[in-house]
Design a binder for this molecule. Structure first.
Ligand code: COA
Length: 264
C-alpha cells in the first residue's frame, strides 16, 4: 500500500491496486463533519477523480464511526444565511462523490448518522459492517437533513420509509438498513474493507469508459421523464461505440479470452 497522507488531517487518502481509500479521521469526535473535514473530503474526491492511478474509491471512517453527522458544535450560533451556506457547502462536496466517473463505495463501519448517512447516500454503493447504525436524526436537533438526505433517501428507499426515518429520527441497525435497501450488503466488521475492495475489484475489471457512462446515465436519467431518459441511454450507448474498449470487450468474448481494457 502506498504511504497515506499526514495522519493529523481529518481525512486520509491512500491508494493501492487502483483503489483510493478516503478515510474520515476525527475518531475522538466520531468523525463529525466540521468545515475543515468537509473541505478535506472535497479535496480527496477531486484528487481521486483526477488521479491516473485510481480506478475507484472506497470511503470509510476511522474508529467506531463512519461519520456521526455534521459537527453539532457549530449549530448553536448559525444564522439563517450561514446555515444555508453550510448546507450548500456539504451538498456541493457530496455531489462530487455522486458525479464521480469512477465508482465510489461507502464502507460503513459504524455510526452513519445525519451527514454520515448522507455521505453514504451520495456514494454509488453502500456496504455496511454488521455493527453499523444508520439514520437521519436531525429533527431531534430541530433541523432537517441538509446534505441531500431529504432527496437521496426517498429516491433510494422510497418516500414512505424515508419519511419514517426522517420524521422519527430513529437509528436503524445494519440488517434493517439492508432490508429497506439503504445498504447493498452487510458483512462482519472485520471483513468490511476486504468486501468493499472485492466488489470494487469486480467493477475495475470492466471498461472505465463504460463505468463512467453507466454512472452518468443512471444519475442523469433518473431525474428525466422515461422517454428522455432512454434517449440519453441510447446516446451514451452510442458513445461507447467510439471506444476501443467496446471492440476489445466483444472481441475478447468471442475469442474466449479475458478482455484487456485501456479506457480508450
Ligand atoms: N458533532 C459533534 N460532536 C460529536 C458528534 C457530532 N455529530 N457526534 C459525536 N460527537 C462527539 C461527542 O460530543 C463526544 O465528544 P466528547 O468526547 O468531546 O464529549 C464524542 O464525539 C463521542 O461521542 P459520544 O456521544 O460520547 O459517544 P456515544 O457512543 O455515547 O454516542 C452517538 C454515539 C453517535 C449515538 C452520539 O454521539 C450521537 O448521538 N451523536 C450525534 C448524532 C447526530 O445527531 N448526528 C446528526 C447531526 S446533524
Amino acid at each position: 500500500m502506498s504511504a497515506s497522507d499526514d495522519q493529523s488531517t481529518p481525512v486520509t487518502y491512500e491508494v493501492a491496486d487502483r483503489i483510493a481509500t478516503i478515510t474520515v479521521s476525527r475518531p475522538d469526535k466520531l468523525n463529525a463533519l466540521d468545515k475543515a473535514t468537509i473541505t478535506a473530503l472535497g479535496a480527496a474526491i477531486d484528487r481521486a477523480r483526477a488521479a491516473s492511478d485510481v480506478g475507484g474509491v472506497i470511503v470509510t471512517g476511522a474508529g467506531r464511526a463512519f461519520v456521526a453527522g455534521a459537527d453539532i458544535s457549530q449549530f448553536p450560533t448559525l444564522t439563517e444565511r450561514e446555515a444555508r451556506e453550510f448546507a450548500l457547502h456539504g451538498q456541493t462536496v457530496f455531489r462530487r462523490f455522486e458525479c464521480s466517473p469512477k465508482p465510489v463505495i461507502a464502507a460503513v463501519n459504524g455510526f452513519a448518522l445525519g451527514g454520515g448517512c448522507e455521505l453514504a447516500l451520495a456514494c454509488h454503493v453502500r456496504i455496511a459492517s454488521d455493527a453499523a447504525k444508520m439514520g437521519q436524526p436531525e429533527v431531534k436537533l430541530g433541523i432537517i437533513p441538509g446534505y441531500g438526505g431529504t432527496q437521496r433517501l426517498p429516491r433510494l428507499v422510497g418516500k414512505g420509509r424515508a419519511l419514517q426515518l426522517i420524521l422519527t429520527g430513529e437509528t436503524i441497525d445494519a440488517h434493517e438498513a439492508l432490508r429497506i435497501g439503504l445498504v447493498n450488503a452487510v458483512v462482519p466488521g472485520a471483513e468490511l474493507i476486504a468486501a468493499a475492495r472485492k466488489m470494487m475489484s469486480a467493477m475495475l475489471a470492466n471498461g472505465p469508459v463504460a463505468l463512467a457512462l453507466a454512472i452518468e446515465t443512471i444519475d442523469k436519467g433518473l431525474d428525466l421523464p422515461l422517454e428522455k431518459a432512454i434517449e440519453l441511454e441510447a446516446e451514451n450507448f452510442g458513445r461507447c461505440a467510439r471506444t476501443e474498449d467496446m471492440r476489445e470487450g466483444a472481441t475478447a468474448f468471442l475469442a474466449k479470452r479475458a478482455p484487456h481494457f485501456t479506457g480508450r
